[in-house]
Design a protein around this ligand. Structure first.
Ligand code: FES
Ligand code: FES
Length: 163
């Protein structure tokens, strides 16, 4: 097994130490300093550690770094820094779709992946996409509201979803 792997994180080529027992979440946090993906359950049950891998939301606590060779990873830090996704961040703030905020990066990352694959999601699409994300503060009803508004705003901004 190689000692390091090469992958792409938020658009930048990186190398990560690929110790056989190291999770992607652990590497992002301790090697890359990317602390946005949170660590709530550590067993693939809460969605707080969600990142996007090759376009799909995945649970970074349940993936080993050694499985990520050549993958493209997006984290909440990359999403938040990309002006294209400001409408989604703004909608989350406007609709107060958070309380303590611990689960919020996981929800927002999952929402970004949903809008990427479905630029005009329905409320049911939002609920299904977010079904694996747990919020102990009970913010559930607000996520779909924020996502639907963000998608509308992004579409009305002139095709920003594909740009
Ligand atoms: S910390 Fe990964 S799913 Fe809960
Ligand atoms: S806002 Fe506190 S866990 Fe979701």
């Amino acid at each position: 097994m190689p000692e390091t792997i090469e992958l792409n994180i938020n658009g930048i080529a990186k190398q990560l130490d690929a110790a056989p027992n190291r999770t992607l979440h652990d590497a992002l946090q301790y090697q890359m300093g990317l602390t946005g993906a949170k660590h709530m359950c550590d067993r693939g049950a809460c969605g707080s550690c969600t990142v996007i891998m090759d376009g799909r939301p995945v649970l970074s606590c349940s993936i080993l770094v050694c499985e990520c060779e050549g993958k493209a990873i997006e984290t909440i830090e990359g999403i938040a820094a990309d002006p294209k996704w400001k409408p989604l961040v703004d909608a989350y703030c406007k609709w107060d779709a958070m309380q303590c905020g611990y689960c919020t990066p996981g929800f927002l990352t999952t929402a970004k992946a949903l809008i990427d694959r479905s630029p005009n999601p329905s409320e049911q699409d939002c609920r299904e996409a977010l079904a694996g994300n747990i919020c102990m503060c009970g913010t559930y009803p607000r996520h779909a509201t924020a996502i639907l508004e963000a998608a509308r705003n992004m579409n009305s901004e002139g095709g920003g979803l594909n740009g």
